[in-house]
Design a protein around this ligand. Structure first.
Ligand SMILES: NC(=O)c1ccc[n+]([C@@H]2O[C@H](COP(=O)([O-])OP(=O)(O)OC[C@H]3O[C@@H](n4cnc5c(N)ncnc54)[C@H](OP(=O)(O)O)[C@@H]3O)[C@@H](O)[C@H]2O)c1
Length: 333
């Protein structure tokens, strides 16, 4: 008999989720059928979209999310025992799944490739969905050129910290916006950002004018709201904006208002495009190979904020939404 622990939602989130909105339940898993595998979670990812996907927050449902797991039993020839796989099976520590079945998961199961000595948890970060988001969201949508000025908000997080470093690799001047002085120091002193500032303590518009007196060519938007309106007002003619997310509004029940941007969009002939990273799924592995190489060459650095213990997943999730993470927030099961 194999049991699984799962974290279920006990009450609908109002504003910031609370620890008491979750509880742990145990269930007995069924024996494997042909085509199925049994996976044991090693790391669970906590990500902003888990707060944003409110249509999936049902009382009694297992909280949605991804994990990297080891295959411990298998009746699927393509998913052998001992391999690791990233799956969107929610906050549970053991799962029986049929990897070939289309079951409404956010992304299909993905076998983890071999990147030598690099830690397994990176398959939830720089060599996983957030890394692919940074890579394609910046390069495909904004096509940054050497010498251009790139601004990234949410700059010290999983996606933002990689965006800024890729822009540096491509020869751009990089400005990061983040929510604490510790984050700002890390961006400037360790990741090589040209400028960074704390949006909680400075006037964003003034800081941008100082850091980019000639304007901004590319904006990678992780946060939305007033911060983004301030960046967009300071863009150069034919600037490009990649709209990745709007975390400043995820805990809000009413859509917040921000200064109108259309006059800048028109006057400066800006291009703005939203995206979902699944668009480039067939090319993820190629991007991970390139980024793994950059990591080995010391050009791309990563940081993880690791919370220990499956039971602490809600705490890690709430902490990530509050900005307690530097780099990628993960839970070591
Ligand atoms: N389009 C896609 O396919 C896709 C894929 C992945 C992620 N995303 C989006 O990318 C963004 C970043 O995701 P991530 O995984 O890298 O998360 P993350 O940046 O590692 O963590 C979330 C960060 O958001 C910041 N934040 C929280 N409240 C904020 C507010 N009111 N205003 C500004 N910043 C706030 C916090 O940093 P501070 O301390 O700096 O405030 C926090 O650390 C999110 O919007 C997410 O939804 C989109």
């Amino acid at each position: 008999m194999v049991n699984s622990r799962k974290i279920v939602i006990t009450s609908p989130f109002k504003g910031e989720p609370k620890i008491t909105d979750f509880k742990i339940e145990t269930e007995e898993l069924p024996p494997l059928q042909d085509g199925q595998m049994l996976c044991e979670a090693e790391y669970i990812s906590v990500d902003p979209y888990q707060r944003a996907y409110s249509q999936r927050h049902k009382v009694g449902a297992t909280m949605l999310g991804s994990q990297v797991s080891r295959i411990v039993e298998s009746r699927s020839p393509d998913y052998p025992v001992g391999r690791h796989v990233v799956g969107y099976w929610g906050w549970c520590d053991r799962t029986v799944v049929n990897p070939a079945a289309k079951s409404g998961e956010i992304l299909p199961p993905m076998l983890v490739q071999n990147y030598g000595d690099l830690p397994l948890s990176l398959s939830l970060g720089v060599l996983g969905m957030p890394g692919a988001t940074a890579y394609f969201g910046l390069l495909d949508i904004c096509d940054p050129k050497p010498g251009e000025t790139v601004v990234v908000s949410g700059a010290a997080g999983a996606v933002g910290s990689i965006v800024g470093q890729i822009a540096r690799i491509k020869g751009c001047k990089v400005i990061g916006i983040a929510g604490s002085d510790v984050k700002v120091k890390w961006l400037k002193e360790e990741l090589g950002f040209d400028h960074a500032f704390n949006y909680k303590t400075v006037n964003v518009e003034k800081a941008l004018k100082e850091a980019a007196p000639n304007g901004i060519d590319v904006y990678f938007d992780n946060v939305g709201g007033e911060q983004s309106s301030a960046v967009i007002a300071n863009m150069r003619h034919r600037g490009r904006i990649s709209v990745c997310g709007c975390i400043s509004s995820y805990n809000e029940s009413k859509v917040p208002l921000a200064p109108v941007i259309q006059r800048y969009m028109v006057g400066k002939e800006l291009k703005m495009e939203g995206f979902f990273v699944g668009r480039w799924l067939d090319s993820w592995d190629q991007a991970f190979k390139e980024m793994a190489q950059w990591i080995k060459e010391g050009k791309l650095k990563y940081k993880e904020t690791v919370t220990e213990g499956f039971q602490n997943t809600p705490k890690a999730f709430i902490g990530m939404l509050r900005g307690e993470n530097l780099g990628k927030a993960v839970v070591k099961v």
